[in-house]
Ligand binder design. Structure first.
Ligand code: C2E
Ligand code: MG
Ligand code: MG
Ligand code: MG
Length: 283
């Protein structure tokens, strides 16, 4: 009996693995087609000055809905794109579209864009970004590139060169999801980031977790000392925003201020916010 059920389990398990592999391949094929057809779109999530609630910029986030698969989360398709060598063309498509949209916003707003780890070992990444900015006429000084701690680990020297090339033309570079990756604080000495984004994990536990409060305050003090701007990610309620203001955190992003929205909704949102002196109120 035990043997049979044991063997049965093995069979079920490998069938599940096979199904998962099939699904990845299906997503890969559909994604290749979508990228070639220009069907991946940027959505935009506001980033605000926490004390005044003024919008200071937007983060572009890739969105893709396949005819058969339906909407697929970037948490699923970005890693597949990386693994299967589609991230380059995908990223260029999304950046081009995002820059075309952001070109029409008030000039003091920045556009923030995510790079994947594999793009930081490819020395062509900087050139691709610059040529897109050139073709769309988007001012490099209005662009921010977000990279994660994981992205620095594969080949720190290569990442450093890309980061410095970008900064030389006025593009700002921020360290995304700070505090959750594998990298060490030493990275902050090797790289000079313009901004640090405190990971959502610390914000969601902020109100009832003393350690999170201490960690956030330490990060804020460190950012001040190192001359880095700071944004707290994943702010969902007023109490979190209040506490972060008390701590002296300047920037914020999260569902409280707005969920990622398409180009048209973002423009409408900007018009409304401009009318209210670009000040956001909680929904
Ligand atoms: P990220 O760069 O850290 O982006 C923030 C993620 O947190 C977004 O998820 C956003 O929708 C979500 N978020 C923002 N505020 C809140 C909040 O208050 N509560 C909660 N629960 N979530 C919030 P999204 O759009 O699903 O993207 C997930 C990740 O996929 C991004 O994390 C980024 O690493 C990656 N990604 C998205 N678009 C791109 C892209 O164009 N290129 C690359 N390389 N990666 C991308
Ligand atoms: Mg990001
Ligand atoms: Mg983030
Ligand atoms: Mg994150």
């Amino acid at each position: 009996h035990a043997k049979r059920s044991g063997r049965g389990k093995v069979v079920v398990y490998s069938r599940e693995m096979e199904e998962a592999a099939k699904r990845v391949t299906r997503i890969e094929q559909a994604l290749r087609r979508a990228v070639a057809a220009g069907e991946v779109e940027p959505h935009f999530q506001p980033i605000v000055d926490l004390a005044t609630r003024r919008i200071i910029g937007f983060e572009a986030l890739a969105r893709w809905t396949d005819r058969d698969l339906g909407p697929v989360s970037p948490v699923v398709f970005i890693p597949i794109a990386e693994e299967r060598g589609i991230i380059g063309p995908l990223s260029q498509l999304v950046l081009r579209k995002a820059a075309e949209v952001a070109r029409g916003w008030p000039k003091d707003l920045f556009l923030s864009f995510n790079l994947s780890p594999s793009q930081l070992v490819d020395q062509n990444t900087g050139l691709h970004i610059l040529s897109i900015l050139d073709r769309t006429g988007f001012d490099p000084r209005r662009l921010e590139i977000e990279i994660t701690e994981t992205g620095l680990m594969n080949d720190p020297a290569s990442a450093k060169k890309i980061v410095e090339d970008l900064q030389r033309v006025g593009i700002r570079v921020s360290l995304d999801d700070f505090g959750t990756g594998q990298s060490s604080l030493g990275r902050l000495r090797e790289f000079s980031f313009d901004k640090l984004k405190i990971d959502r994990a610390f914000i969601s536990s902020l109100l009832n977790d003393k350690p999170s409060q201490h960690i956030i305050r330490a990060i804020l003090a460190m950012c001040e000392g190192l001359g880095m701007d700071v944004v707290a990610e994943g702010i969902e309620d007023e109490a979190q925003a209040d506490r972060l203001v008390q701590f002296g955190c300047a920037g914020g992003q999260g569902f409280l201020f707005g969920k990622p929205a398409d180009a048209e909704a973002t423009l409408g949102y900007l018009h409304d916010a401009l009318r209210g002196a670009r000040r956001l109120r909680a929904v």
